[in-house]
Design a protein around this ligand. Structure first.
Ligand code: X8Z
Ligand code: ZN
Length: 598
């Protein structure tokens, strides 16, 4: 699966291959070591993936323990090779070997210390925290427990502030028990990262972008500044509308918006609020969730819709095993991690997705997101093992989202989900819906790792973790805790990617890259309309250009891969700004004379 997500690293000490680094023919020794690493890591990654798949689709103490043990084994090898790779620093090797050495050194997400006891503890902590999240339930009464799917539905659909608050608090409180584990995890993961020569785990995460870690942090700040005005306009409009709905006592005129009112447990995407916010006279007038539910669309039918979109771009059908082995619905008889993910269990073509699909527009979009991972995984499977990954992790998250941008009203008509295309006068409504999903997301995509980077570096002390979380949510999202929180809470832990150790800046990058990719594909398809009306559905030229980029995998530094498709080697937020320009103009008219910012 997300091979680099779960690698908890651990070192057994030098093996016999250490001797190679001392031999006279250092370039040849480096190449030999890299070849051995690829063989060994592939075999161990596949075993770990199998165990992780079972642990995520059948949570028990046993599957958790087996997953931790096999992950740890894969990691023993990972750290061994990361350390070995560093011994070839400065050796003049061919470009592909140099790139592989770099990936070996930087490829780990969680590095365990060399002390076997501490390493085992860290692997147990990571498996345990993810399982805790998977099992978590809010139980207002012992007999009425609600899982993440159920509490999410309440937050999405209820307009009763008391109910929203109770549900919001109920879910967030489920993370309290893992707060102490998280503190231990941070210390151990840092120790491991330091053994590999990084300042801390955050610096290790920032080292994966073909630039210095500090330069990457600056790049992220630069990109945020590019899109911030658009976000602030959307925020001001939404705050006004929510204030009109819930009153001054609940929503302040000029401060941050309370986090329980935005239609999503983490206030990360606000599209569930669309009915409340639809621009008058510009509503496209359809609700995909109603259409899918009305048709009683099954999880498999919805997944087939996703596959057909990719087929129309020239990609091949998913393997038979995808349909046999994926988990598309929530099993009734066991605990699973419902958070959607895409896996390539054998790193060749054992593609699977794991989701608890419901007939909603949101899930139809998430299916396209997940299949983007699957088609990327397949596209790079001809590469050597170490290059079977995305150009950077933002690319992996951006592929399916790029395809989502082609799911225009016209497209929905073509595939028979809508009967007629909404008029041009509804464009602002269409854009509003997209912005509530994708523009609202931007500061959330950014802030999670701003928080983790500070926690890892020690700038935020264990006893300040929750306060720092809310400070950053306020700063970037303009969103506030709806009820007093304290340091016995662990609100970050109520978001999957924190207990599961999945870096998050990737989604911020993806929310910019997808518009850049979409603009490039629309150009290849010769679309002369505004970007938001372009769909590359059924366009083979666009599909081919996309596929060519995917096939490169991680073989080249990402700026080169980006250039291959877009002609530019920088991430550039101007495509987002261009895409939403008519909405921005409209929002600013609506917001005239009203406070903006917080
Ligand atoms: O976690 C995901 C995907 C799996 S990689 C469903 N996403 C982020 C989230 O849900 O928080 C997609 C958008 C952001
Ligand atoms: Zn994803």
């Amino acid at each position: 699966m997300k091979r680099n997500l779960a690698l908890v690293v651990f070192c057994l000490g030098w093996t016999t291959s250490c001797g190679d680094s001392l031999s006279a023919d250092r370039p040849a020794a480096a190449a030999k070591m890299v070849a051995e690493a690829e063989t060994e890591l592939l075999a161990l990654a596949n075993q770990a993936s199998q165990a992780q798949w079972i642990a995520a689709t059948y949570i028990t103490q046993d599957t958790e323990a087996i997953s931790a043990a096999l992950t740890e084994k894969a990691i023993q090898a990972g750290v061994k090779y990361a350390k070995l790779a560093a011994t070839y620093d400065g050796v003049n090797v061919p470009a592909d070997v140099a790139r592989k050495l770099k990936l070996l050194k930087n490829g780990l997400v969680v590095a365990a210390p060399s002390d076997p006891k501490l390493s085992a503890e860290l692997t147990k902590l990571t498996s345990g925290m993810e399982a805790h999240y998977g099992r978590a339930k809010y139980c207002p009464m012992p007999s009425t427990c609600q899982d993440i799917g159920q509490v999410s539905k309440v937050i999405a659909e209820s307009h009763d502030p008391a109910k929203l608050l109770e549900t919001w608090k109920g879910w967030h409180d489920t993370a309290q028990p893992i707060r102490a584990d998280y503190v231990k995890y941070v210390a151990l993961a840092n120790q491991g990262a330091r053994e590999l020569g990084f300042k801390d785990s955050g610096a290790m995460w920032r080292s994966k972008y073909d630039m210095e870690p500090d330069a990457f942090a600056k790049e992220v700040d630069r990109l945020w500044e590019q899109v911030k005005p658009l976000y602030v306009s959307l925020h001001a409009y939404v705050r006004n509308k929510l204030r009109a709905k819930y009153g001054d006592k609940v929503v302040p005129a000029s401060g941050p918006i309370p986090a329980h009112l935005l239609g999503n447990m983490w206030a990360q995407s606000w599209d569930n609020l669309y009915p409340l916010l639809a621009p008058p006279n510009a509503d496209p007038g359809y609700d995909l969730s109603k259409i899918l539910a009305g048709r009683k669309a099954t999880a498999e039918e919805m997944t087939r819709m996703g596959e057909r979109m990719y087929l129309s771009l020239g990609f091949s059908p998913l393997p038979k095993t995808f349909w046999e082995r994926s988990m598309l619905t929530k099993p009734r008889d066991r605990e699973v991690v419902c958070h959607a993910s895409a896996w390539d269990v054998d790193n060749v073509d054992d593609l699977r997705i794991k989701m608890c699909i419901e007939p909603t527009g949101e899930d139809l979009f998430t299916i396209h997101h997940e299949l983007g991972h699957s088609y990327y995984q397949r596209a790079y499977n001809q590469q050597p093992f170490l290059f079977r990954d995305s150009a950077n992790d933002g690319f992996h998250e951006a592929i399916g989202d790029t395809v989502q941008l082609s799911m225009t009203p016209d497209y929905l008509v073509k595939i028979g989900l809508l009967t007629k295309t909404p008029p041009e006068s509804a464009d602002v409504g269409v854009l509003m819906k997209r912005a509530l999903e994708k523009v609202a997301f931007l500061p959330f995509g950014l802030m999670i790792d701003q928080w983790r980077w500070k926690v890892f570096s020690g700038e935020v002390k264990p006893e300040q973790m929750n306060a720092a979380w809310w400070e950053l949510r306020r700063k970037y999202q303009g969103v506030a805790e709806p009820v007093a929180r304290s340091e016995s809470d662990f609100d970050a832990g109520a978001k999957y990617h924190v207990p599961a150790s999945v870096p998050y800046t990737r989604y911020f990058l993806a929310h910019l890259l997808q518009f850049q990719f979409h603009r490039a594909l629309a150009e290849k398809a010769g679309c002369k309309q505004p970007l938001y009306r372009c769909s590359v559905y059924q366009n083979k030229e666009a599909g081919q250009a996309f596929a060519a980029m995917l096939a490169q995998g991680a073989s080249r530094p990402w700026p080169e891969t980006l250039k291959l498709l877009t002609g530019k080697s920088e991430i550039d937020a101007s495509a987002v700004v261009e895409y939403f320009a008519p909405l921005k103009k409209w929002l600013d008219e609506q917001n005239a004379g009203q406070p903006s910012g917080w």
